[in-house]
Design a binder for this molecule. Structure first.
Ligand code: ADP
Ligand code: MG
Length: 494
């Protein structure tokens, strides 16, 4: 591993630690860097549970920072090993009841996790470690990791209602989540939150748990991914501990939050078990919140009786947020992370990343990481260069002319009409739509766009862009036009 790669790793780890201060050490003491090279990252995790958790909660931040610094996409591979020579950091504090730390962790400890490259031994070790009998100390630690960690540690402290930006794309899900957490509105049981990846479903269910526990600190709240539920169920079956499992889920649970139910597809036995858990809680009027990447009716290989239960309460979807909401999200994230960000850079980021809030965050983290490494402030020029360099987007292949052509097709105009001085309402509207799409997709400057649209003044372009953006939020017909044109552009650039 080159020292440059190791520097990138250290910077990315620092960024991740800062982004997740409450829980970083808990998880990263069970993760090890095996290898880092341009375009490649190899990690080891103490077990699958740790791997999945880190993958779901920290990897986008970590990899976003690495990609920002290294300047290209990174392929990640994992290995499972119960013995890690050089975990990323030490466990937070050695409590008296814990077994003595293994030899590798007896280095001077500091309040910050140490960020160490792996030892050559770790480099040489492969999967054979998985089969090797673990030492006593290691197996005790393994068990400590395997047990379900206390909820407050599992929940991301930043996933609260206060940190969630509400807009037209998620307001129903947000309001329903507040009610499930004990708010004033009607409580629907179950609440089924569905939508594409990276749109805030997990954030909302964590927020429900935080709020519920704030109000009832002794409440027995279970937050679990469907994958973890499945693993726990299988382990309980194997070890003859089904009574414990059932007691915990069916009787000792005041609020159940089950994330990513789509994972249960085709898992008949786990579905059956979950069905009974669901019925027991529902009959006892305990709130159940389920998330999914799709609507209940579209869940694959899910029995009808479960689907009909999911639809019996409220199904609330989260959609891709519109530009205004995306800008607000970027601002909020920057504020939370202490990243100085001007309004224009926030807007640029929000325009650049459309479909997924997780990617939007990744882009912000990349910028911040690059800025802290190079000492360059995050101004508009720096941000545009970085965004263009790191993720040359497919839509960049679309040109102003392509957009003008697509708009002309949609509104049955000729190109000459579109660029003319004709102020007839329908022509002017089509022109404004074309300007808006060019600005949004190509990030051209206003004066540049003015020139491409028959030498118009940049203020004309600015007001056109604002007008269409505002109409998009309020007028479904305008939105439908825009979506149809965007679809045409997407299919013609395939
Ligand atoms: P999902 O579970 O739908 O795949 P997550 O809840 O993990 O998505 O969200 C991905 C990231 O985007 C998280 O860091 C989350 O905080 C953030 N996020 C998504 N939507 C919003 C929002 N409306 N406001 C603030 N942050 C959001
Ligand atoms: Mg999720």
């Amino acid at each position: 591993m080159t020292s440059e790669s190791l520097d990138i790793w250290a910077a990315a780890i620092e960024r991740t630690r800062k982004a997740c201060p409450g829980t970083f050490e808990q998880w990263f003491c069970s993760i090890q860097l095996d290898h880092i090279a341009p375009g490649r990252l190899e990690l080891a995790a103490r077990d699958e549970f740790v791997r999945d958790w880190v993958r779901d909660h920290y990897l986008s931040t970590l990899v976003g920072a690495i990609e920002g610094l290294a300047g290209g996409p990174t392929k990640i591979s994992w290995r499972i090993s119960s013995e890690l020579d050089t975990p990323v950091c030490e466990p937070k504090s050695a409590r008296p009841t814990q077994p003595p730390p293994p030899p590798h962790s007896r280095e001077p400890s500091s309040s910050r996790p140490s960020i160490r490259p792996p030892s050559p031994a770790a480099d040489r070790r492969g999967n054979e470690l998985e089969a090797a009998p673990s030492s006593r100390g290691a197996s005790t630690r393994l068990q400590a990791v395997r047990r379900t960690p206390p909820l407050k540690e599992v929940l991301n402290p930043k996933y609260t209602f206060e940190h969630f930006v509400v807009g037209p794309s998620n307001e129903l899900a947000f309001a329903a989540a507040m009610s499930s957490a004990g708010g004033d509105g009607p409580r629907y049981n179950p609440l089924f939150i569905c939508g594409g990846t990276g749109l805030g479903k997990t954030h909302l269910v964590h927020a429900i748990a935080h709020r519920f526990l704030d109000q009832r600190p002794d409440a027995r709240v279970i937050y679990v991914s469907a994958e973890h539920f499945t693993n726990e169920f299988i382990e309980a079956l194997k070890s003859g501990k089904m009574d414990d499992f059932r007691g915990r889920y069916r009787r000792q649970c005041d609020l159940l939050l089950l994330d990513d139910i789509q994972f249960l597809a085709g898992k008949d036995q786990t579905q059956e078990e979950f069905f009974h858990v669901f019925n027991a809680l529902h009959e006892a009027d305990r709130p159940i919140v389920v998330t999914s990447d799709t609507y209940p009716q579209k869940l694959q290989r899910m029995p009808e009786r479960l689907v009909s239960r999911f639809t019996s309460g409220l199904v609330a979807d989260v959609q891709v947020p519109r530009l205004e909401t995306r800008v607000a999200i970027v601002r909020k994230k920057a504020e939370l992370e202490g990243i100085p960000l001007s309004d224009e850079v926030a807007e640029l980021l929000a325009q650049h990343v459309h479909s997924n809030v997780r990617e939007l965050e990744g882009a912000l983290i990349r910028l911040a990481a690059k800025s802290s490494l190079t000492g360059h402030g995050i101004d508009l020029k720096f941000a545009s260069q970085e965004l263009a360099a790191v993720a040359p987007r497919r839509q960049d292949q679309v040109s102003v002319q392509d957009i003008q052509r697509a708009v002309c097709n949609r509104f049955s105009l000729t190109n000459a009409e579109l660029l003319s001085k004709d102020r007839h309402k329908s022509v002017a509207f089509a022109r404004q739509v074309a300007m808006y799409l060019c600005r949004q997709r190509l990030r051209c400057s206003y004066p540049e766009l003015g020139r491409s649209f028959g030498n118009r003044d940049h203020t004309t372009v600015m007001s056109a862009v604002r007008r269409v953006e505002a109409l998009r939020q309020t007028d479904p017909q305008v939105n439908a036009h825009l979506e149809a044109i965007e679809q045409e552009l997407a299919s013609s650039s395939d």
